[in-house]
Write a protein that binds this ligand. Structure first.
Ligand code: F6P
Length: 492
């Protein structure tokens, strides 16, 4: 069983001579001004949530966009800051972007083109050549930063996500002596969906700069192999899951990402969480209620309108639950400069107001919507208060909320309703698996969750806990690193 200590030992024994570098767009710690004071927080991001405990174990350098308005105030002359703030465990190197760069690279190409292209949820991608140019420019900027940090050290570089499709190739061109890997945290669609991208060849060529390329599930690996096979000149080996282009090979592997199960499970039982639960029960008016929960960044891939419609249908079909069941939707606003996200926000407000008006009785309303980034303690308290949790993503690489909810239920209570279109559904087979497009089915599963016997809940939850405990984030990292250690540094 992999755990924090085991991973530390593994790294000490096998990686002590190498520098470990992570690159991501989102930084793990953000400094912001609150009045005159500077506060440090963690963003709502699956990537940073999963990788921060890993970096805390291995040490090294994490390179990311410095997006907080107080970020510049706290770095040293090399744009470095030691994190976490309470105990230096690794170095965060911040990269500064102009507003124009952020608009073209992050909002534009990453989130208006690649995000909808890879998530098959019928939101049309927008391809603008100006955004593509900025995306290339920012990938170049990050490549210069990586090269500067590595110098002539032997380094493992671990790139995160779709913001950096070109990065490994750019690093390799200048420094062939490092081992390059990348994890694509979102789905990879089938070739039919991917082929509409005007810069598909460049993207594939860029990604094949990696020695190792990871996806959450085998299905996404297969999609990637088939995409390469159909779109560029390369040899695709379906037996070995390997692509050879220009004499250089890239291994493609599934690594289902996870969470720090033990930490989440024990935090869930802590006294501070118990206190927080009492506070929330009171402030949210949850006393005597059956509580349903949804936790998501407000994103159109998460199936939140479908969830609200299912709640509407549930009360329509089962009016005996009026006044007895409350649904809490929690999570921060996201990517608000993009039109589809603005539209989604308006739609959700409209839906919530309509549904609440339809069923409210005195002070009781069926849906409470909290658009904010909850801290770890509050989030854990919400998980513990929830009799059932709904993850209804229309398409999702993994979905760590599902795993966090499971980790929080040390007493094996609670029911997880989980979209079959998440990576997590491959592992959490004992959840109530749903098709979020089928609103009737979703409503019926809400009823099933509420009416499930305690014995059945215990049986399902304990099975899921076993899976997440075993396939935890340390196992994920251990597997990625073990695979990386099989590569030899070019100079011997
Ligand atoms: O995997 C997708 C991802 O990068 C996750 O880390 C996270 O849930 C989300 O997207 C973060 O979005 P953003 O960094 O754009 O706020």
């Amino acid at each position: 069983m992999w755990n924090r200590e085991g991973l530390k030992e593994f790294i000490k024994q096998k990686m002590a001579d190498y520098l470990f570098v992570i690159v991501s767009n989102r930084e793990p710690y953000v400094h912001t001004f609150q009045g005159e004071e500077i506060k440090c927080g963690m963003p709502a991001s699956g990537v940073t949530m999963a990788l921060d405990p890993v970096m805390q174990s291995c040490g090294g350098i994490w390179i990311a966009h410095g997006s907080g308005d107080a970020d510049k105030e706290v770095v040293d002359a090399h744009n470095h800051i030691q994190v976490p703030p309470e105990e230096s465990r690794y170095t965060l190197r911040r990269v500064w972007l102009t507003k124009e760069e952020e608009a073209g690279y992050y909002y534009g190409f990453s989130n208006e083109a690649l995000w909808p292209l890879c998530h098959v949820v019928y939101t049309r991608p927008t391809f603008k050549s100006a955004d593509w140019e900025t995306y290339k420019k920012v990938n170049e900027l990050f490549s210069r930063t990586v090269l500067e940090e590595i110098g002539d050290k032997k380094a493992f570089v671990f790139i995160q996500d779709y913001h950096f499709a070109l990065l490994s190739r750019l690093i390799r061109e200048k420094n062939p002596n490092c081992i390059l890997s990348q994890f694509w945290h979102i789905p990879w669609p089938n070739p039919e969906a991917f082929r509409i991208c005007p810069w598909k060849e460049e993207i594939l060529h860029g990604l094949l700069g990696n020695d190792l390329l990871g996806f959450h599930i085998r299905y996404h690996c297969m999609n990637f192999l088939e995409t390469v096979d159909r779109m560029i000149e390369a040899r695709t080996d379906y037996e070995k899951f390997e692509i050879i282009k220009g004499g250089k090979s890239t291994r493609v592997r599934p690594f289902p990402i996870s969470i720090d199960f033990d930490e989440a499970s024990s935090r869930g039982q802590s006294q501070e969480v118990e206190i927080e639960m009492r506070r929330l029960r009171k402030t949210l008016g949850l006393g005597g209620q059956i509580v349903g929960l949804g936790v998501d960044r407000i994103d159109y891939t998460k199936g939140i309108p479908e969830r609200f419609r299912a709640i509407d249908l549930f009360f329509e079909k089962y009016p005996q639950y009026k006044g007895k069941v409350k649904f809490i939707q929690a999570g921060p606003l996201s990517r608000i400069h993009i039109q589809q996200y603005k539209d989604l926000n308006e739609e959700l407000t409209r839906l919530m107001v309509e549904i609440n008006f339809k069923y409210e009785r005195g002070r009781w309303k069926p849906i409470q919507f909290h658009r904010s980034n909850f801290g770890k303690k509050e989030l854990m308290a919400l998980y513990r208060l929830a009799d059932f949790c709904v993850v209804s993503s229309l398409h999702d690489g993994m979905n760590l909320v599902a795993k966090e909810y499971v980790a929080s239920r040390a007493d094996n209570t609670g029911v997880l309703i989980l979209s079959q279109f998440t990576g997590a559904a491959r592992e959490l087979e004992s959840a109530l698996l749903v098709n979020p497009y089928d609103v009737d089915g979703l409503a019926e599963n809400i009823r099933l969750a509420i009416e499930m016997t305690e014995g059945e809940k215990q049986k399902r939850m304990s099975k899921m806990r076993e899976v997440v405990q075993k396939n935890n984030i340390y196992r994920w990292t251990g597997k990625v690193l073990s695979e990386l250690l099989r590569f030899e540094f070019p100079e011997g």
